[in-house]
Design a protein around this ligand. Sequence first.
Ligand code: TA6
Length: 307
Amino acid sequence: MDRPNRPAALASTPGQPESQVQTTSSDTRVSATLPTGDSVEVLLYGATVTSWKTPARENLFVSSAAILDGSKPVRGGIPLVFPVFGPAPAGSKLPQHGFARNVKWEFLGKSTSEGESSVKLDFGLSWATLPEDWRTKWEHKFGLVYSVTLAPGSLSTALVVSNEGDEAFEFQSLLHTYLSVDDIQNVQIAGLDNSPYIDKVPSATAKTQSGLIAFSGETDRVYSPPTPPSDPVTVQEGGKTRFRVVRDNLPDVVVWNPWVEKAAGMGDFEPKDGWKNMVCVEAGSVSAWTKLEKGDVFEGAQTIYAE
Ligand code: TA6
């Protein structure tokens, strides 16, 4: 309805200082930079965080051969795993790790905290926005909202899953974070001592962690620590803490490094010795299936602190 003498659109709320948080968005990616110099970039394809910088450094590993055109999940950053972790169950048409990292999400908008010390970027995906061919692979009416919050020295990512259909469904979810390190051979992970885990190398075997995790070969483990998810998992390098990962409602932690042979076998993994410069510490709910009844909502989140 036309209203005469409508006020012109306000460029900014009168009296409010120009925002100090810089955000840019395009039809492929969204980025944000804080006044401190911390920054984050999110590819709309898969809502994949492809860069998280603190003033000192880039904190995520992304393969130099990562495909960023939407034709393949990104090799690096923080790919999203939903509704299945690993190979899909027999009879399912879903690919490994599900579809969330394989489809384009919608940028829903940003919000800044009081005093603009942090910025939250929201992304959405639902059954209604899922490309048709994917709906045939998983027919449940779901809704996903993924929030990426950048604060000085930390990055939080949170996934909210809602059941918008009439039937219950079960799912797994995981934040497949590739952390950047100088040399995996000097990395140790603390915070999982005494935790049961499934060691997938060479084949699934139930074990219990004793002391720090060190790396001397391909490592692929699903930890289910008995301690609260709020207890940090700490990535140390050369005896100094590099990262602390704190979880909320994500009971499991996957630790992965492909090492020489698996890195050599991945076409999108470059440089071939890049396995030395990454460790995946993945917060998730994958050792069991989460069941959502009609109208139910699940939220799982992680906060990574760069030291
Ligand atoms: O998170 C560990 C893992 O499940 C490994 O088994 C390995 O397959 C890795 O994910 C990468 O999977 P992708 O499908 O991205 O090649």
